[in-house]
Every structure is written in structure tokens, then in C-alpha cells.
Design a protein around this ligand. Structure first.
Ligand code: PRP
Length: 214
């Protein structure tokens, strides 16, 4: 049995549907369960439901052989795992955003503050531009920060753009694109290579089949 850490939230349902198409269906009794460990009916896979930022931790420590998590989270955390497969769903963009009509970077006077759930990505981005900013880390609802004066800009993921719009913010720059990725523990990739390859192949095929490209 392989163990797969799944990022709870936006990606989890789509990931479970993809594994089902790839041949691993959850036991009917566990399909709607809130249990954090669930097994497939055929006993081939065990799923762990964990916070997105923790997927790589379970995989790095070898508790999970595989993981499914967004590239945005991987880019922030830079874990020591293989990243062999882009699953193509959960697409979003990591952007810099600010209030509509606000000046951009060099036209700001004084210290510029940036609120984000992704301090590593934000720091590297502004360092790359050679622009000093103060990074203020938040754990959610980042779009509130410019509105109430905690920061001039935010760095966050945008999917539909609805949250930015509802809070009077616009995209100032795109940092990267993101989508769901499969990650693999380095030891599992050696010791359980046949099983890992089998599942990567099945997921690839099931993903293509959905997109109608098989
Ligand atoms: C994410 C992200 C944005 C929002 C973007 O937050 O941080 O706030 O989704 O989605 P949209 O472009 O479709 O509006 P999430 O819903 O995960 O909640 P959080 O802010 O509490 O982390």
C-alpha cells in the first residue's frame, strides 16, 4: 500500500476524483467521511488529509510516499522531494496586487509594506527586483490588509479574481503560475520505484483522459 498526502481544501476533491479515474476508489463508507486517514476499496492506497503547507513535510519525512499539493506551496517551502507530475488542475496565479489606481513600486515614497501568506516568494521576488520592502506575514484574508492600512501591496494567489475585485484590488504584476503537482519522497522513488511509476503512469493517463487528449 502506498500512502498519499493530499492538500485539504480546493485541491482535495479533484485529486480524489483523479485517483478514482486512475483506479483507486475510496471505500464507499469513507468517501464522505471527515477521517484524516482513508483507504481505497482495493487496499492499494491510503490517503492522508493534511494542510497544504504540511504535504511536503509528510512526504519529506517518508510518512507519505506521494503527495498532491499546489506549486505555489512548493515554491514557498522549497522541500527536498521529487516533483514529477503537473496534474493541470487547481490553476491559479501568484500575483502582486494593490488598490486600484495606486502607484507602483518606485513611485512609492517611504517604506513599502507587503502582506502575504507567502513570505519566501514575496521576499525573493522583491529582492530580485532590487526593491526593499517590509514583508508582513498573514495566515489568510490577505486582501483586507491594504484596505485597512496594514500594507500598500499584497502577494497572493488569484484564481477567479473575485476576492481581489470585491476588495477594490487589482493585479500589479504576475510572479508565477501554479497548478496541482504530484510530489514523491526520495527514498520511495528508489525503494518502491515500480509502484511509484505505476501510479504516476495511471494518474498521467487518467488526467489526459479527462481532458480528452488520450
Ligand atoms: C485564496 C487566496 C485568495 C483567494 C483567491 O484564499 O489567498 O484570498 O483564495 O481566489 P479568487 O481569485 O477565486 O477569489 P482562500 O480561499 O484559500 O482563503 P484564505 O485567504 O483564508 O487563505
Amino acid at each position: 500500500m502506498l500512502t498519499v498526502a493530499l492538500a485539504k481544501g480546493r485541491l482535495e476533491e479533484e485529486a480524489i476524483r483523479l485517483f478514482a479515474r486512475a483506479g483507486a476508489r475510496l471505500k464507499p463508507s469513507e468517501a464522505r467521511s471527515r477521517a484524516l486517514v482513508r483507504e481505497t476499496a482495493d487496499g492499494s492506497l491510503r490517503f492522508l488529509s493534511v494542510k497544504p503547507a504540511d504535504v511536503a513535510t509528510y512526504v519529506e519525512h517518508g510518512i507519505a510516499d506521494l503527495g498532491v499539493v499546489g506549486l505555489d506551496v512548493l515554491a514557498e517551502r522549497e522541500p527536498d522531494v521529487y516533483q514529477p507530475l503537473d496534474l493541470g488542475f487547481g490553476r491559479c496565479r501568484m500575483v502582486v496586487a494593490g488598490p486600484e489606481g495606486s502607484p507602483w513600486l518606485h513611485r512609492y515614497e517611504g517604506g513599502l509594506r507587503v502582506c502575504t501568506k507567502y513570505p519566501g516568494i514575496a521576499r525573493r521576488y522583491f529582492e530580485g527586483l532590487g526593491y526593499p520592502v517590509e514583508i508582513i506575514e498573514l495566515t489568510g484574508s490577505v486582501e483586507l490588509a491594504p484596505r485597512v492600512g496594514l500594507a500598500e501591496l499584497i502577494v497572493d494567489v488569484v484564481e477567479t479574481g473575485g476576492t481581489l475585485k470585491a476588495n477594490g484590488l487589482v493585479v500589479a504584476a504576475e510572479i508565477m503560475k501554479s497548478s496541482a503537482r504530484v510530489v514523491v519522497n526520495r527514498a520511495s522513488h528508489k525503494v518502491r520505484l515500480d509502484e511509484v511509476r505505476l501510479w504516476l503512469g495511471r494518474l498521467r493517463k487518467a488526467g489526459r483522459a479527462k481532458a480528452g487528449r488520450a
